[in-house]
Design a protein around this ligand. Structure first.
Ligand code: URA
Length: 187
C-alpha cells in the first residue's frame, strides 16, 4: 500500500527531519481528492494531513458546504514537513509526486481533484497564476480539477477566507450534482 511506503520513505532529505511522514487520509470511495502543499508542525507530530489551524479552516469550509472530512480523501504534494514550513523544492516535489501522489491519483481515480494553493497548482498542472484559475474547474485529461486558495493563506485575511468558503461550497455542489449536471460544469 502507498501508505506503508510513505511512512518508511527515505527518498529525499525531508525524511531526515521529520517526526512522522504524513500519508494521504480519508475516503477513497466518494472520489473527491483534496491536495495541499506539505505537512506542517501538527501534521508532522500526528502523521495525519490537515490537523492544524489550516485543517480547522478546511474542516469548517467542508462542513458549511455540507461535506464531512470522511467524504473526501486529503493528501499533500509532499508527505514530509519541510524545515520551518518552507516551500518544498522542485526536487522534493518531483521525487514525492512521481513516487506517491501520481499513484494515489491513479488508484483513487477521483471524480474531482481539488487543488489547494499555488504550490499544488504548480506541481500538478504547471500553472503559475492562482488568481487566473481560482474558483474554476478545469479539465486536463484524464482528470478534472477545481482550484482554490490554500486555507493557510486565509488565516489572517477575512476576504480570502470568505472566497475560500464560497469555493468549497461550489466544490460541494459540483460533487453532489449528478453526472449529467456535473458534466455541464466542466469545460
Ligand atoms: N498545510 C498543508 O498543505 N498540508 C497539511 O497537511 C497541513 C497544512
Amino acid at each position: 500500500m502507498i501508505k506503508d511506503q510513505v511512512v518508511k520513505c527515505l527518498l529525499c532529505d525531508l525524511s531526515k527531519n521529520r517526526i512522522n511522514a504524513v500519508p494521504g487520509n480519508g475516503n477513497i470511495t466518494d472520489k473527491v481528492m483534496i491536495i495541499g502543499e506539505a505537512p506542517g508542525k501538527n501534521e508532522d507530530l500526528i502523521g495525519v494531513p490537515f490537523v492544524g489551524s489550516a485543517g480547522k479552516i478546511l474542516d469548517k469550509a467542508l462542513q458549511e458546504g455540507g461535506l464531512e472530512r470522511n467524504d473526501v480523501y486529503i493528501t499533500n504534494v509532499v508527505k514530509c514537513r519541510p524545515p520551518n514550513n518552507r516551500v518544498p523544492t522542485d526536487n522534493e516535489i518531483q521525487i514525492c509526486t512521481s513516487k506517491y501522489l501520481k499513484n494515489e491519483i491513479t488508484l483513487i481515480s477521483p471524480k474531482v481533484i481539488c487543488i489547494l494553493g499555488a504550490t499544488a497548482l504548480k506541481s500538478l498542472l504547471g500553472f503559475e497564476h492562482m488568481s487566473k484559475y481560482r474558483g474554476k474547474i478545469i479539465n486536463v485529461e484524464p482528470h478534472r480539477y477545481f482550484i482554490t486558495y490554500h486555507p493557510a493563506a486565509t488565516l489572517y485575511n477575512t476576504k480570502l477566507k470568505q472566497v475560500f468558503f464560497e469555493d468549497i461550497h461550489k466544490l460541494s455542489s459540483i460533487i453532489k450534482a449528478d453526472t449529467y449536471t456535473m458534466d455541464r460544469y466542466f469545460s
